[in-house]
Ligand binder design. Structure first.
Ligand SMILES: [Fe+2]
Length: 336
């Protein structure tokens, strides 16, 4: 549905809410109303009096209105990677949109196993409200048990304070960063809520599945993990396999070697700079070849499905000279 059509739909649909009190802290709801500021918006109070609430529009943040509108109308914001009715893995690829498109596209992931969920790399403040709205179709926020962070960057887990404030969940992150990420939070918010993953990784049990934190150190962060869902056989590969493309280009996975080669220009610059060295790329690729990975889904850009495309990527990354392999004294000259 076109954006203009969405706006038209919003402008001729009254918005109702049964209670003001239950949503007093739900900024996501106010965000959804942002585009409806020209609508007659009403609350039905307990005494059934209609209250015109244009004032509450002031609660809205003004970022990302398009996705607020999509979510509000129930338009899909997710790519379903796996869904057998009981176990669901979804990817949100289009929730990062600041007013000037200054922020890099990023994917966020939700794994739901028999009604219990985990978010992988839920991103920062820019995405929080839209993610809460978008994930609601699959899981009420309160059923979220875990957050998984591949590493410590703000586009990975910058929204930590909001998640820890709004639900009872636990964050898994490398033990190298478990005492750094509380800096994203208000005082004492993270106390007892963060599990530091040891360097060798750890299994985490989520109802009918096991999510394995697997080592991906120096790819790109010093303490770095990827998350493998044993039920769907999806490896959520963080920065490995990432590409810099528009959100609209992500719907279709890469399934063949030819598609991978055509896609390479969107990937190679990123991997050459952000991956630390060929040595660690090779170690990682060797590990992945021992796993049963049916889908490799990075945090940015398009994803890979099937042995041909995944094999082509592993072969390429195993040979890639990158990071410190390419640096010389020329990169460390004082130019004052
Ligand atoms: Fe990062």
């Amino acid at each position: 549905m076109a954006y203009s059509a969405l706006l038209s739909a919003l402008r001729c649909t009254p918005v109702w809410r049964s209670s003001m009190h239950s949503v007093a802290n739900e900024h996501s709801f106010w965000d959804a109303l942002f585009l409806a500021r020209n609508l007659p918006v009403y609350f039905i109070h307990a005494d059934c009096a209609l209250i015109h609430i244009k004032k509450v529009i002031n609660y809205c943040s003004i970022i990302n209105p398009r996705n607020r509108a999509y979510s509000f109308l129930g338009v899909d914001l997710a790519i379903e990677l796996y869904n057998d009715g009981k176990h669901i893995c979804v990817m949100f690829n289009d929730l990062v949109k600041d007013a000037g498109d200054h922020a890099v596209q990023a994917n966020q992931f939700l794994v739901v196993s028999d009604g219990e969920g985990a978010l992988i790399d839920p991103s920062g403040h820019l995405t929080y409200n839209a993610l809460v709205l978008a994930m609601h179709k699959y899981l009420p926020k309160k059923e979220l048990k875990y957050l998984f962070a591949s590493h410590q960057d703000p586009d990975i887990i910058g929204s930590l304070d909001k998640w820890l404030f709004s639900i009872e969940c636990t964050l898994y992150v490398s033990q190298l960063w478990s005492r750094f990420v509380p800096h994203f939070c208000n005082l004492n918010r993270a106390d007892g809520r963060i599990v530091g993953i040891p360097d060798e990784g750890t299994p985490v049990y989520l109802r009918d599945t096991v999510i394995h934190a697997v080592p991906a150190h120096f790819l790109h962060a010093e303490g770095n993990f990827q998350f493998y869902d044993s039920k769907s056989k999806i490896l959520f590969s963080g920065d490995m396999g990432a590409s810099l493309v528009d959100a609209d280009d992500i719907q279709k996975p890469i399934t063949t070697k030819a598609e991978f080669l055509a896609h390479l220009p969107t990937m190679s610059g990123f991997h050459k700079r952000y991956m630390v060295s060929n040595k660690v790329c090779r170690f990682w690729a060797n590990m992945v070849r021992t796993m049963n990975v049916e889908m490799l889904v990075p945090q940015y850009g398009r994803y890979f499905v099937g042995p041909e495309a995944i094999g082509a990527f592993l072969d390429w990354i195993s040979e890639l000279q990158c990071g410190i392999d390419l640096f010389t004294q020329e990169n460390y000259l004082y130019r004052g």
